[in-house]
Design a protein around this ligand. Structure first.
Ligand code: WT7
Length: 610
């Protein structure tokens, strides 16, 4: 199915984009120049993320500018200027120093999106500790696993989260020495410290010690299908990529009001919900609350958000809510919308154009890449359904694996429109440096100088990349390999369908056949007539070999806390197979900690099973 290219409405661009000419920028770009656009620590003492994100602005013209505008869930608002942020994070760094925490030791964060989370993250980076933010909705077991693998030395959390989730596993965490409670004014649980009191006693002045750009800064866990989560390690040098990609892919400019809806428990909420916007000196909105249609439109309108970074699930929830909640609102400040995390169906891209006068700009990356790799840019045409083109400094290839583990190779595909694995030429600054304690697994991600993403894609003749599916999600039907993304994109092009998740189910003749799970717009009934129409719609566009054999209408699809449809779980449930690691499943009843579940960027409270 093809969708017409969207050319931008020049009136809605509002100002010249950072990247005027993609090809020219790409040809002239080198990472050394991107590095030179940052300050570095004074006196050549290296590179530290927190210096770039906080201290350099506090010492310059932006000191009194709001760095973070925090919107509390009870409608309280707190503005923190760059100067204040420097002082608060300085205090936090001094607290760690006083506690005897060494550079390189791990500070875990288990908090909702409250100011202390941001202060602790940046303060710990100043101290050269390694931070690992966790979703506050995690139950005790995922917390224990991550803190064990990461040998957490310090945990910053709230009284309630500690009592519910950590107190009971504390004796299983021998490396955990200090628990800092952010809201301990009325007392702290045994074995914990009152962070506010410590901060009040600490000096706001902190000089960041020399930091090697290769020093570890962040660990983000990604959970595989089974087994232990993997801790992807990132270093201070990553800030070079965060800032460059924030400029190119999010088009962040000086006076932007920027809102990233992702939680820092997911890498998006750290790379682009803390580091990139602050390093670029913009004002960022942090919303403590979960997704709510009215609230989100109100934030966009009242905060005059100009650049907005969100996720496909959230976009589809807004689509589902219809036009009415948007009616009469002044959203004229908005000039750029981007989305990440899973395939953005073409209907959602086009909906952006109708609803805001702006297409939604899809971009692509992974926990391992640390930053955006492929994107639709502000100045470029948008081909709905495409992830866009590789950013300057990023070489993307479509490859086929050759040989085996003993003799691993790749064959690079030069021809356009051929399916293969998406690979990225190793060496960009925010590339992960290892998986904690899993060097072999890390090494297996690379072949012939390429990092292999595990995603399948194709590149068209103009260099635009099209996501086809994760290799594990591919369906093998009668000799064809079917990517779920194409089928989902087609189903969601039907007026009745909001969202679709597609899997393969066993079939005696074809090996596997396609089964789709769809959610419908409110008020649409799953009548026989609609189902016939939907099957016909899919067959006409996809052909009988690819169109779903079965379509099931469901109230909601299982998703991760970061908003990804969990196809493997749809499949496991369909086939009665073991469900595997569910620690990142959103709002699952019976999951420890789900009672106060706070999902990821798209936090679909309304869709969470109750
Ligand atoms: C996987 C990475 C995504 C932010 C970083 C955290 C899928 C990501 C897209 C996109 C289709 C996408 C891929 C990728 N994904 N962006 N624009 N279109 N799929 O990411 O949690 O490590 O997940 O998300 O499968 O490998 P993550």
């Amino acid at each position: 199915m093809t969708w017409p290219t969207i050319d931008k409405d020049p009136a809605r661009l509002l100002r010249p984009p950072n990247v005027a000419d993609y090809d020219e920028l790409r040809a002239g770009f080198c990472w050394e120049d991107a590095r030179a656009a940052l300050d570095g620590l004074p006196n050549g003492a290296g590179l530290n993320i927190a210096h770039e994100a906080v201290d350099r602005h506090a010492a310059g013209a932006r000191a009194e500018q709001t760095a973070i505008r925090w919107l509390g869930k009870h409608d309280d608002v707190r503005d923190i200027s760059y100067r204040e942020l420097a002082e608060l994070t300085g205090r936090f760094a001094n607290v760690l120093e006083d506690l005897g925490v060494a550079a390189g030791e791990r500070v875990f964060l288990l908090l909702g999106r409250v100011p202390s989370l941001y202060i602790a993250a940046l303060g710990a980076l100043k101290h050269r500790a390694v931070i690992s933010p966790m979703f506050s909705a995690f139950g005790p077991e995922p917390i224990r696993q991550r803190m064990e693998i990461g040998e957490g030395r310090v945990l910053v959390t709230s009284r309630r989260l500690y009592e519910r989730k950590v107190a009971g596993i504390r004796d299983q965490l021998p490396s955990l020495k200090h628990v800092l409670i952010v809201d301990g004014e009325d007392g702290t649980p045994p074995g914990t410290l009152d962070l506010e009191a410590l901060l009040a006693d600490a000096s706001p002045d902190h000089t960041i010690a020399p930091t090697d750009p290769e020093d570890r800064a962040l660990v983000h866990f990604t959970s595989g299908t089974t087994g232990q989560p993997k801790g992807a390690v990132h270093v201070h040098e990553a800030v070079v990529a965060h800032t460059a990609t924030g400029r190119f892919a999010l088009d962040l400019q000086d006076d932007d009001i920027y809102w990233c809806t992702a939680d820092p428990g997911w890498v998006t909420g750290t790379s682009y919900g803390i580091i990139a916007p602050l390093a670029l000196g913009v004002t960022m909105i942090v919303d403590e609350a979960e997704y709510d249609t009215e609230r989100w439109y109100t934030i966009l309108e009242e905060q005059r958000v100009s650049v907005w970074y969100t996720a496909p699930t959230a976009i589809r929830m807004l689509m589902k809510a219809g036009d009415e909640p948007r009616a009469g609102r002044d959203l004229s400040a908005l000039r750029f919308i981007a989305s990440v995390g899973e395939p953005l169906n073409p209907a959602a891209v086009v909906w952006g154009q109708e609803a805001f006068g702006l297409p939604i700009h899809d971009n692509y990356w992974q926990t391992e890449t640390g930053g955006i790799m492929i994107a639709n840019l502000a100045a470029s045409e948008v081909r709905p359904g495409s992830m866009g083109r590789p950013l300057p400094g990023i070489e993307a290839g479509i490859v086929h694996r050759t040989g085996d583990d003993d003799d691993p190779g790749v064959e690079v595909e030069d021809a356009p429109d051929v399916e293969g694995e998406l690979a990225l030429r190793a060496g960009w600054p925010s590339m992960f440096r290892t998986y904690l304690d899993q060097d072999v697994r890390y090494a297996r991600c690379f072949r012939d100088g390429w990092y292999l993403t595990g995603d399948l894609a194709r590149r068209d003749a103009d260099g635009f990349l099209w996501f086809l599916g994760r290799s594990d999600d591919f369906i093998k039907s009668a000799g064809h390999l079917i990517g779920p993304t194409e089928v989902e994109a087609t189903l969601t092009a039907h007026d009745a369908v909001v969202e679709a998740g597609v899997i393969g189910i066993p079939d005696p003749m074809a090996g596997e056949v396609v089964k789709a799970f769809v959610t419908l717009y409110p008020g649409v009934e799953a009548t026989d007539e609609l189902m016939r129409d939907l099957h016909g719609f899919a067959r006409k566009r996809l052909g009988p070999a690819v169109a779903p054999r079965e379509i099931a209408v469901v109230d909601s699809l299982p998703k991760t806390r970061s908003g990804k449809i969990m196809r493997r779980l749809l499949k496991a449930r369909e086939l009665g197979l073991p469900e595997g690691d569910l620690s990142t499943l959103e709002g699952e009843p019976g999951t420890p900690g789900a009672s106060d579940s706070r999902p990821g960027p798209a936090g679909p409270a309304e869709e969470a099973p109750s």
